[in-house]
Design a protein around this ligand. Structure first.
Ligand SMILES: C[S@@+](CC[C@H](N)C(=O)[O-])C[C@H]1O[C@@H](n2cnc3c(N)ncnc32)[C@H](O)[C@@H]1O
Ligand SMILES: [Zn+2]
Length: 199
C-alpha cells in the first residue's frame, strides 16, 4: 500500500511517526523503552508471494515494503508498521512472527529501527542503505548478507523470526537452496530495476 506522509502520534503512545533527514518518515520513541520490551507488533493483511508480485507489478506496493513471515507468506503492513526503517546496527529486533522489541535501553526521541535483512530469506532483492552506522553494509540484502558474528548476536538475544530459524539451520548445514518458486517469482517482477531500488 502507498500512503500520505505526515507527522503524527500513533494510537500506541510509546511511538511517534516523524520525518527523518535521511529516508522519508520513520518511527521514533515517544518515551524511554527498556531493553527486551515489546515496541510494537507489526501488523497488516497476510498475502502470498504470488499476491506480493502482483501488487508490485501493478504499482500498488513497493518491493521493499512487504514483510516476510513465512517461506512464501508476507504481511502487507499497515501504515505505522511499514514506517520503521532499517539499520545495520539497529536498536530493535524481530521475534516470533512480527514482534518488534528493544535490543537495548532506548531513550525518548531515538529513531526505532530493525535489521531488514533478518526478515528476508535468501533472494535477489537488495536496497541501498543510508543508516550511517559504523557497521553499515551499504547495500541491504537477505539474511545471507549479515556477518556471522552479528547473526550470533541476534540468535543470542532472540532477534530472529520463528520462520527464519529452520532456514538458518539449513543454511549453516549447507543444505539450503533458493527455492524454484522464489527465483520464478522474482523473474515475474516486470521491471527488474524495481528489485534494486535507490533509496
Ligand atoms: C518500509 S519503508 C520505511 C518507511 C519509509 N521511510 C517511508 O517514509 O515510507 C522502506 C523504505 O524506507 C526507506 N529506508 C528504510 N530504511 C532505509 C535505510 N537504512 N537506508 C535507506 N533507505 C531506507 C527506503 O526508501 C525503503 O524503500
Ligand atoms: Zn546500513
Amino acid at each position: 500500500m502507498k500512503y500520505k506522509k505526515k507527522d503524527h502520534v500513533s494510537s500506541d503512545k510509546k511511538i511517534v511517526i516523524k520525518l527523518t533527514k535521511k529516508y522519508g518518515s520513520g518511527v521514533f520513541a515517544n518515551d524511554n523503552i527498556k531493553n527486551g520490551e515489546t515496541i510494537h507488533i507489526l501488523t497488516g493483511e497476510k498475502m502470498t508471494l504470488g499476491e506480493f508480485v502482483t501488487k508490485v507489478n501493478s504499482g500498488e506496493e513497493y518491493i521493499d515494503d512487504p514483510f516476510q513471515i513465512g517461506r512464501r507468506t508476507y504481511i502487507d503492513l499497515n501504515e505505522l508498521s511499514r514506517t520503521f526503517n532499517h539499520s545495520c546496527d539497529p536498536n530493535g529486533g524481530i521475534r516470533n512472527q512480527s514482534e518488534l522489541f528493544a535490543l537495548r535501553d532506548i531513550k525518548k526521541g531515538e529513531e526505532l529501527t530493525y535489521d531488514y535483512s533478518t526478515t528476508v530469506s535468501p533472494t535477489v532483492w537488495s536496497m541501498k542503505c543510508k543508516c550511517g552506522s559504523e557497521k553499515c553494509r551499504k547495500i541491504i540484502r537477505d539474511i545471507l548478507s549479515i556477518p556471522k558474528s552479528q547473526i550470533k548476536k541476534y540468535k543470542k538475544v532472540g532477534a530472529l523470526q520463528t520462520y527464519m530459524k529452520p532456514i538458518l539451520k539449513e543454511i549453516e548445514a549447507g543444505a539450503y537452496k533458493i527455492p524454484r518458486y522464489e527465483t520464478l517469482s522474482i523473474e515475474r517482477v516486470k521491471d527488474r530495476k524495481k528489485v534494486i531500488r535507490d533509496a
